[in-house]
Design a protein around this ligand. Structure first.
Ligand code: FPP
Length: 247
């Protein structure tokens, strides 16, 4: 029985977030440059987007480029930007056929102009799609996002449009890049690293975390289904006791 067959249909998470890690190590296994790993990482992205759509996930957020990734060698950054533009050009038709919408979170203005233009083109082409929303986190870090939200809230207070007492978790949610999405119920990280790396820190307060040793270029939709099966077998208590959940 495949993991897909084992899934409980009404317990599929609405939002899955993934830290795609291990491209460099995957390439090194074959004595290749890191960019070889990123290239093969695109195949994993394709498979996972397809799988998420098949089982009715509503939001899939992929950590594709962090604020900290700007510090990588220029060649690698350029290659990643090139791959992104190429993947968007190649895949937008297919995404449209599969009814996938595209969104971006992060400091989009810091991306090269041609990357911004390609993203806007694809977002616009896919804006009427109603199936899965693929969210790319680009030039993203959670501390950046939270600081931006705090600055904008402070501005509203200064203008007299908000009172300090209006600031609560719901208001904060509205000022984050993810304001229109539910929080991820499941966060997956590949490559055996067990850390969060500045990703969705506010939004994962109650997410289930799933770490797999598989390197990202080897990850496929069946691995996503396995992670979701694992998620479906967990008891999510949100601070309550097991007894309270059944009564
Ligand atoms: C982490 O592996 C991966 C990245 C920083 C980039 C992810 C990019 C892709 C999968 C390709 C393009 C993406 C899209 C959405 C089309 P790493 O380089 O940190 O690997 P390492 O930890 O083994 O060095």
């Amino acid at each position: 029985m495949s993991f897909k067959d084992k899934l409980i249909e009404n317990k599929v998470p609405k939002h899955v977030a993934i830290i795609m890690d291990g491209n460099g190590r995957w390439a090194a296994q074959f004595g290749n440059e890191r960019t070889f790993g990123h290239e093969h990482g695109v195949e994993a992205v394709r498979s996972v987007v397809e799988g998420a759509g098949e089982i009715g996930v509503k939001y899939l957020t992929l950590y594709a480029f962090s604020t900290e990734n700007w510090a990588r060698p220029k060649d690698e950054v350029d290659a990643l930007m090139g791959l992104l533009v190429q993947a968007i050009s190649d895949e937008t038709d297919e995404l449209q056929k599969s009814n996938v919408r595209l969104q971006v979170i992060g400091d989009v203005k810091s991306l090269p102009q041609h990357v911004q233009e390609k993203l806007s083109w694809s977002i616009d082409r896919l804006k009427t799609c109603t199936g899965l929303t693929l969210v790319l986190a680009l030039s993203y870090s959670s501390k950046w996002e939270i600081l931006e939200a705090v600055k904008r809230i402070a501005e509203q207070v200064k203008l007299g449009k908000l009172e300090p007492s209006d600031i609560d978790t719901d208001l904060m949610d509205c000022f984050l890049n993810t304001s229109e999405m539910p929080d991820p119920e499941l966060l997956i990280r590949t490559s055996g690293e067990c850390r969060i790396s500045n990703f969705l820190l506010w939004q994962i307060a109650y997410s289930e975390l799933y770490f797999t040793p598989k390197l990202w270029p080897d990850f496929r939709k069946e691995d996503l289904f396995e992670a979701i099966c694992d998620f479906q077998n967990r008891e999510r208590r949100f601070g309550k006791t097991s007894q309270q959940l059944i009564s």
